[in-house]
Design a binder for this molecule. Sequence first.
Ligand code: ATP
Ligand code: MG
Length: 568
Amino acid sequence: MLRMSRLLVRTLREDPADVEVPSHRLLTRAGYIRRVAPGGYLWLPLGKLVLDQVTRVVREEMVALGGQEVSFPALLPREPYQRSGRWDEYGEDIFRLTDRRGTGYLLAPTHEEHFALLVRDLCGSYRDYPPILFQMQTKYRDETRPRGGLLRGREFLMKDSYSFDLTDAGLAAAYAAHRAAYQRIFERFGLRYTAVAAMSGPMGGAVSEEFLAETPVGEDTFVGCPSCGYAANVEAVTTALPPPPPVEDHPALEILDTPDTPTIDTLVDLLNTTGAGGHTDWRAADTLKNVVLTVDGEIVVIGVPGDREVDLKRAEAALFPARVAMFEDFASRPDLVRGYIGPQGTWKARYLVDPRVVPGTAWATGANEPGRHAINVVCGRDFVPDGIIEAATVRAGDRCPRCGTGLELRRGVEVGHIFQLGRRYADVFGLDALGPDGKPVRVTMGSYGIGLSRAVATIVEQHHDERGLVWPASIAPAHVHLVPLREMDAALELGAQLTAAGLRVLVDDRPGLSAGVRLTDAELLGMPHTVVLGRRFAEGYVELRERATGTRRDIPLADLADFAGSLV
Ligand code: ATP
Ligand code: MG
């Protein structure tokens, strides 16, 4: 039984300064967490109880799928990260340090390297496979912008697990087991979430999925189909293809003087005011915008319909692992006339187009001279792209690639990520096991993360109201909050009985507070049920309040045992 008179909990009436999101505000006001450093938070007793519940649920599901718990240090030698290339890849995102002997260390952002080394050393035979290892462990990332309290910390708690298999089918099975476990975990947390494909593999199957919990404060945008349930990261959305029109329908390419039309809007206005091509219904979507990127140093031009931009994140995902940036140095390439590039020109660079630019479509586009554009520029007749790329911005209302319904754009927080890594780390560290025939077999790995501290905040984002927290019973610090308006001793006695019946109980036994203060605090603290020992207590009745619905009813004390039984 938790007694508020002794519990280190101080509720705040006012919102703390500098908080951007409800979970940060309410967890601070209710005395669950305190900020100690940018992106660093202290768990007060009530907060620690919730974190422990979250951890317990995850641990139960990880053990159920055959996982074995281990625990690595966070302070690790940097050498394995250098070998895997991640010392450089993570860049400024890792905390790096040096010991007194000058040896390089890091505070681990995640642990693939050291798990691979562990399994290489301990699992030398096919008989040792397939192990699944997990830990609940503090991670460090020097995030550019720690944000939203627990949502994006620089020190945070993660469950990370790793699977090791001798066959691709084994990896697929470990991945599927994690996927199912994650679904159970997020259901037990009471989270509304969507699993989205983060990147699709060369074989078309999903090799990586993110579990996004929908909330307006989320930093990840994803698309969802309200009709068939299709969901994907913006990076992974594929464009529903329009049917190709016949090529011969179009008049010949025509070049127009279009002074002062460096942008699509100015171009469309001019085409309409001059009645270019004999009509005045030109739209931005009829123009072809050509954007110049550098891809691992090579110049690549991307053509997208003029009502869209090139989304760099989508371009990066499509061109992964190449490094992608906007090209700026037009002075070095006079053949690429900024603002007036057209694919029918003679410039030499790889030219990739949006899937909407199908053979037979006609476009208004640059004429490769300042102040001039071309119309009736037909794909397949006047130019032939080198390939197709999914790099154009995705918008609400775009067609669902599965069923054609208008897509919605939604925001979410990434609470989990599952990943079929394959043999990347095994190749780096020579992770082999001897097969039954005595020949070495290269191991294939999966890695699977859940942000435990982030999950606490995410649950709050989905479960709160203007008065405070609203915990789902599965992870609440207590099932029941006892509020005596006078009968302090009786409340403690009742608390002891409910505890004996298997409930987690919080009693407000603080002396000398008004009923109003106690009830306001009870709503802020957010236990699923409040039992008020009020006016009718002398008659043998208590008031039962349900936090989520706000319903109140008087029940005979004698029925409380049944009620308790229904909760455990
Ligand atoms: P994000 O895109 O939000 O930065 P990530 O993709 O870098 O996350 P992973 O490397 O996939 O994160 O880590 C696994 C899980 O750890 C994430 O799904 C998330 O729940 C959690 N996590 C990652 N970074 C943070 C952070 N800075 N604070 C709290 N939790 C985090
Ligand atoms: Mg991730």
